[in-house]
Design a protein around this ligand. Structure first.
Ligand SMILES: Cc1ncc(COP(=O)(O)O)c(C=O)c1O
Length: 423
């Protein structure tokens, strides 16, 4: 690495980043739109829009045909699979495309469930999105015992002692989220995977919320499965599953007979959303371009993705520090999740708050009228809102930052919050 890059660590070139996302230029009631809804789905760069459109206008065909557009489609899917493999750090045949994370997880829970018998156990957590809870809980139908590890209500971190207690010699699978989409906690998944492996159980990681914020390395984690959704990290509305080759080849998917038995295609049912897969390739191209701008001397595509994440990490950390200081200074506003700025490595730039005088829906509506796009409710992290006893009163207001947000937007959001909450 050249000396200049060693001295100046990778930073996000915000002007370039924002120029890539056409939707960011919108205005609401004369105010610039501020997209703080990334946890529900991020915006997409122009190259993703172009790739989807180009596929439909030039290569639109089904797979496996003996003619040009079909061959182009096969090639494009192979390229997108290789790109996602670099994003996750695995081999291309360990990447499965699907409609979304929820469908992929139901497919996998049914296939894994085929091998389980009454009395086998599965360990889940109460901090997870319901898509990493209900598909496993459904296996209770066949006598599987489902246990759920608690989280600490004070800071919304996983209770690792409780999780370790739930894992027994009968545990066959441990499913855990990499980061909470409700309160932003980053879990120690490496330790959860280690505990699972020690007990001879499979690990299933929901990285949907983590993917836009932190580098995923399935090889280093040594997890058995990991799922994410490309629409949460600047791609189209689709899901991606990583599975260790040995599992994808051994497990028996439910599928139609003419569909190949070869993995990973045997896990991809029916005709996939080819135009979105073209968009996934373009999405990884965006990550690569971001990394090369941040760190021009990087070599491989994977190295560029690593560089992109390190730049994003610095920028999101700066926004997180300012948000924590600003939110906790607003009277009558309560933050859920890690508030201690010395523990930033355990949280991402996702903030759940409640105000004494306004429901989360009222806050989201008032902010929305001023151009700030936030979410209210439980965002399907139903166990979290139930455990914290906010489910019946509207859940939380969730403010979620992505790397295309700016420190200036942080200040404007804090000023708008103060104005709404302190009247
Ligand atoms: C942490 C987490 N897991 C799972 C999901 C479900 O993802 P999908 O919409 O791709 O099914 C979401 C969606 O918000 C999520 O935030």
């Amino acid at each position: 690495m050249p000396l200049a890059e060693q001295i100046a660590p990778a930073t996000v070139d915000l002007a370039w980043v924002r120029s890539q996302f056409p939707s960011l230029a919108q205005r609401v009631n004369g105010q610039p739109a501020v997209f703080l809804d990334g946890p529900g789905g991020t915006q997409v760069p122009q190259r993703v829009i172009d790739a989807i459109s180009l596929y439909l206008s030039r290569d639109n065909a089904n797979t496996g045909g003996a003619y040009n557009t079909s061959r182009n489609t096969d090639r494009m899917i192979a390229e997108a699979r290789a790109a996602m493999a670099d994003f996750l750090n695995c081999d291309a045949d360990e990447v499965v495309f699907g409609a979304n994370m929820t469908s992929l997880t139901y497919a996998m829970s049914r296939a894994i469930g085929r091998e389980l018998v009454a009395g086998d156990e599965i360990v889940l957590t109460l901090l997870d999105h319901d898509a990493n809870f209900s598909p496993w809980k459904a296996l209770e139908e066949k006598g599987v015992v489902v246990r759920a590890a608690k989280f600490n209500p004070a800071d919304c971190t996983l209770d690792m002692d409780d999780l370790a207690r739930q894992i027994t010699s009968r545990t066959k699978l441990v499913a855990v989220g990499y980061a909470s989409n409700a309160v932003g906690t980053i879990n120690d998944v490496a330790e959860v995977i280690r505990l699972a492996r020690k007990a001879g159980a499979l690990s299933y990681i929901d990285a949907v919320h983590y993917a836009p914020h932190g580098l995923i390395d399935v090889r280093a984690l040594d997890c058995d499965f990991l799922v994410c959704s490309t629409y949460k990290f600047f791609g189209p509305h689709m899901g991606v599953l990583y599975g260790k080759r040995e599992h994808l080849q051994r497990l028996r998917p439910y599928k139609v007979r003419p569909n190949t038995n070869a993995s990973p295609n045997c896990w991809e049912w029916g005709t996939l959303n080819h135009e979105c897969i073209a968009g996934i390739k373009a999405c990884v191209d965006y990550w690569e371009a971001l990394g090369r701008r941040a760190s021009p001397s990087v070599g491989s595509r994977r190295d560029a993705i690593v560089a992109a994440h390190s730049a994003i990490h610095r920028h999101e950390r700066a926004m997180t520090e300012r948000m924590l200081a600003g939110l906790t200074a607003i009277p009558g506003l309560k933050l859920y999740g890690i508030g201690d700025s010395r523990r930033l490595d355990r949280r991402c730039a996702t903030f759940a708050v409640r105000s004494d005088g306004h429901s989360p829906l009222e806050l989201a509506t008032k902010l929305g009228d001023c151009g700030f796009f936030t979410w209210d409710g439980n965002y399907y992290a139903l166990n979290v809102t139930e455990q914290l006893d906010v489910e019946r009163s509207g859940g939380f207001l969730r403010i979620g930052f992505a790397h295309y947000n700016t420190l200036e937007e942080v200040e404007r959001l804090l000023a708008a919050m103060r104005k709404i909450v302190c009247v």
